[in-house]
Design a protein around this ligand. Structure first.
Ligand SMILES: Cc1cc2nc3c(=O)[nH]c(=O)nc-3n(C[C@H](O)[C@H](O)[C@H](O)COP(=O)(O)OP(=O)(O)OC[C@H]3O[C@@H](n4cnc5c(N)ncnc54)[C@H](O)[C@@H]3O)c2cc1C
Length: 405
């Protein structure tokens, strides 16, 4: 790969924009194609826009000057061109897919209308358009039901409650944010949301959404109980947007399969971010997307041909700004212990803080911090480095070595 070949990047999200900017800085010409109408933005901060804390301008990404707006509808690998919805074509030497993910729509009959548009009042929560649509619909006293109690559902419920909506969160699993948190930390998140006025139903499967005249009126639970709803937010997870790759015949499993050079099964096509599957993992998180973009920029610019992506140990951080005080949490690695692991935990029910680390064979394998994040930097470094822990003190030092209480 030399630095003057035509690099075309599809997708102006976190990964695509970072790659295009880095390539620009390194003197490699690049064409970035994105299908969203808005200026590229930081998707991670959408909940802050919905909560009314930030205006859309504040979360705009420093984007490269040149952005082609349009939807790529096909890839011709033979002649190396991409086709856009407006009929135009762009030739490439190297194509990068940074197409992100789509929201998962739960299989509820009421969602499937003729023409495949969601009923009025039902919103996904993935794009700036979703966020602006929700923002327009939310008013004090509006009855909102959030379906899904993962990171996305928790963020949406908190934001809507802050806008004065009466929010019910329906979570199919036993507890909130099961993927990231252990039961004690989940309980604190639950308490925080309740303090904001959110009603939470766990182990609660939604059976259908009921509409009248094309607009949602209620959400029906598996036991037949119906919740009145003016607004419904679907926060049931995401799946990689890999349709283009699939149609073009690239290897796709959960996501578009890539190697350590972010190369797909076609050597002229790379993939990064939420749409990519590296070493069996589709991350669906911002840090891996940005790290993959950085590695690919080194490779495509020719600055470091030995650059490799070997995986990200992703730390999840969430700030839920409450009425009085912010509520912070961070989680990484395995937050639940296996038999034989050492566990250190400190909990303060009055202050609503909780800290726990899991240690296996002298190595930190995971942890969760709620409300008190003073040690997060040191812990994350110990976890990322995977170095043996010093044996010169009690493990409790891991939780207090910032001098925090
Ligand atoms: C509300 C919300 C909160 C989140 N919070 C966190 C968080 O706290 N921490 C965290 O780590 N992650 C969080 N995430 C996930 C994070 O936003 C993603 O992991 C990240 O955006 C992935 O970047 P990406 O560039 O791969 O995809 P995206 O940012 O989704 O960008 C992909 C872009 O490609 C465009 N595109 C797709 N197909 C085409 C096509 N055919 N033609 C042209 N353009 C196309 C899409 O429209 C989109 O603009 C959150 C996500 C959401 C929605």
């Amino acid at each position: 790969m030399t630095s003057n070949t035509r690099v075309v990047v599809i997708g102006a999200g976190l990964a695509g924009v970072r790659l295009a900017r880095r390539l620009g800085e390194l003197g490699t010409p690049v064409t970035l194609v994105g299908d969203e109408e808005h200026r590229p933005y930081n998707r991670v901060l959408l909940a802050e826009v919905l909560a009314g804390r930030y205006s859309p301008d504040v979360i705009a990404l420093p984007a490269p000057a040149e952005l082609t707006r349009g939807r790529v509808t096909g890839i011709d690998r033979e002649v190396r061109t991409v086709h856009l919805a407006d009929g135009s074509e762009i030739a490439y030497d190297t194509l990068v897919l940074a197409t992100g993910s789509n929201s998962v729509l739960p299989p509820l009959r009421g969602l499937f209308t003729p023409g495949h548009v969601l009923p009025e009042g039902v919103h996904a929560f993935r794009t700036m358009d979703d966020c602006l649509g929700l923002s327009k619909a939310v008013r004090p006293g509006v009855k909102a039901v959030v379906i899904g109690g993962g990171l996305l559902g928790v963020s949406a419920a908190r934001a809507l409650a802050q806008r004065g909506a009466q929010v019910v969160l329906a979570q199919q699993g036993e507890r909130l944010m099961e993927r990231q948190l252990d039961p004690s930390a989940s309980k604190l998140v639950q308490r925080h949301l309740k303090d904001l006025g959110v009603e939470i139903h766990t182990e609660c499967r939604v059976r259908d959404v009921r509409c009248v005249g094309g607009a949602v009126r209620s959400v029906e639970m598996h036991d037949g109980y119906a919740l009145d709803a003016d607004l419904v937010v679907l926060a049931c997870g995401v799946h990689p947007r890999a349709g283009l790759a699939q149609t073009a015949g690239l290897e796709v499993r959960k996501g578009i399969v890539v190697d350590d050079e972010l190369r797909t099964s076609d050597p002229h096509i790379r993939a990064i971010g939420d749409c990519a599957q590296h070493d069996g993992t589709v991350y669906g998180l911002a840090t891996p997307a940005l790290e993959q973009a950085e590695v690919l920029a080194e490779l495509l610019s020719g600055r470091r041909t030995d650059a490799r992506y070997t995986g990200t140990r992703a730390l999840t951080r969430l700030t839920l700004a409450g009425h009085d005080s912010p509520f912070d949490l961070a989680a990484f690695g395995e937050t639940e212990a296996r038999p034989g692991d050492d566990v250190v935990q400190l909990a303060d029910a009055t202050r609503g803080t909780y800290r726990k680390v899991v240690v296996r064979d002298d190595r930190l394998v995971g942890g969760v911090l709620v409300g008190e994040l003073g040690t997060v930097g040191a812990l994350a470094r110990a976890w990322e480095g995977a170095e043996p822990l010093p044996d010169d003190g009690p493990l409790l030092h891991l939780l207090t070595n910032d001098g925090g209480s």
